[in-house]
Design a protein around this ligand. Structure first.
Ligand code: AMP
Length: 395
């Protein structure tokens, strides 16, 4: 069915270069990927009067459930990508493992925001760290590793412990091994796929923090406050906003995120994950050019969330500042144990529930999250947070 007079929004192949005018109401934003990040983006887009059209391989995926339109198919199939591009005015992604060739094809048909070149950098840890270091941004020491001999040389240079990772397709701790003894290197090299790999010096970090930064088509940028992230079984468990760290360090983290966004010429949002090392220095670990789990608190604690800022940037709209009206704790709901708590969560005043519409609660699967707000400046310590989460913190 024709979605209305604004369907094309004026964006025809080839005519958008340098086009910074905002998409009009009822224009269609195409989202590659059907997960919760796409779902929450589509919900934010709907509030701004946009329609979202999702490219996914499952009609029942979290984003497809709330989308105006869906293209079902394979992210790599050129005919599918063409059909998807036909149905939208602008393309973004919530899923990073789209091939470079696929993105190039899409970019020849519609504006892709953030640009494919940014995704290429974030898809490859070697490209990512090279980019960061080239701009004077500190990371863990690292070496590219293509062979067992290179791994041995890298271990000799960086020392142990060290973390061996795939350069591509890793997430939630998958695709990486902590090396503590030289005898483990051969087996670890054999086990990790796909190749090539990267060896990183082990950072005995004091904290893991992240900053979500948004940047518009005109280059205006704004960064949310730095937050503290705690993981459980390699999956994000809790986010504390703002991070209870030295305010100067938090400002430095925001400044780094803004700098990265500028150097990337970002349009959209980007999460910058960082370590604070034992000496109190900030090292960038990873870039994610999309809304991020550590930014979910912004839905409830900010006038405009990371999803709204993302959709605004993608649509070429002006960006409101990434400001915060409350302190917040976000707790991920992972797997069947968390889902067993859902009735109790709904019955607990003050817990703000978010569920992603996934039908099967497999172990390790992110099913939803809850947020608890506090007055600005009133984020409690660990015991207060545990009490505020009403037993969920122990899960
Ligand atoms: P990543 O996939 O790079 O985000 O890594 C997942 C998690 O592994 C991080 O959140 C850290 O807790 C840990 N990690 C990754 N790289 C390092 C490192 N070089 N040193 C210490 N811990 C690391």
């Amino acid at each position: 069915m024709a979605p209305g007079p604004y369907r094309r929004g004026g964006a025809q192949p080839g005519d958008w270069s340098g086009r910074v005018s905002p998409l009009p109401p009822n224009a269609t934003i195409g989202i590659i990927g059907g997960g919760q990040l796409g779902r929450m983006s589509a919900m934010a887009a709907a509030r701004l009067g946009f329609r979202c059209h999702v490219l996914t391989d499952a009609l029942d995926s979290p984003a497809a459930q709330v989308a105006y339109g869906v293209t079902l198919g394979d992210f790599e199939d050129p005919a599918t990508l063409r059909r998807f591009a036909e149905a939208v005015d602008v393309v973004t992604f919530e899923f990073e493992n789209v091939s470079a060739a696929g993105l190039d094809l899409l970019a020849s048909l519609r504006p892709v925001r953030p640009a494919p070149a940014i995704l290429r950098i974030s898809q490859d840890r070697v490209a990512e760290k090279s980019f960061l270091n080239r701009h004077g941004i500190r990371t863990a020491p690292w070496r590219a590793v293509d062979s067992e001999a290179e791994l041995e040389a890298a271990v000799a240079e960086l020392g142990l412990p060290a973390v061996l990772k795939t350069t591509r397709l890793g997430y939630d701790g998958k695709g990486q091994v902590l090396l503590t003894a030289a005898a483990e290197t051969g087996a670890a090299f054999g086990r990790l796929t796909p190749k090539p790999l990267i060896l990183e010096g082990f950072i005995d970090f004091a904290a893991e923090i992240s900053v979500v930064v948004a940047r518009g088509v005109g280059g205006e940028a704004s960064a949310f406050d730095a937050v503290l992230n705690r993981h459980r079984d390699h999956i994000l468990d809790l986010t504390l906003a703002p991070a209870p760290i030295d305010p100067d360090l938090a400002e430095t983290a925001r400044a780094i995120a803004l700098e990265v966004a500028k150097h990337l010429d970002l349009v959209g949002v980007l999460a910058v994950e960082m370590f604070i090392d034992a000496e109190g220095r900030i090292l960038v670990n990873e870039l994610a050019p999309r809304p991020h789990n550590s930014g979910h608190w912004t839905l409830d604690a900010c006038p405009a969330s990371q999803f709204e800022l993302h959709m605004r940037a993608v649509a070429g709209l002006t960006l409101p500042p990434a400001s915060r009206h409350s302190d917040a704790v976000m707790k991920n709901l992972v797997g069947p144990a968390a889902m067993a708590q859902w009735p109790a969560i709904l019955a607990t005043p003050g817990l703000i529930p978010h569920l992603y519409g996934k039908t099967e609660a497999r172990p390790g699967r992110k099913m939803g999250h809850v947020t608890r707000l506090f007055g600005k400046g009133a984020l409690p310590g660990d015991m207060g947070i545990a009490a505020a989460l009403a037993g969920l913190a122990e899960m």
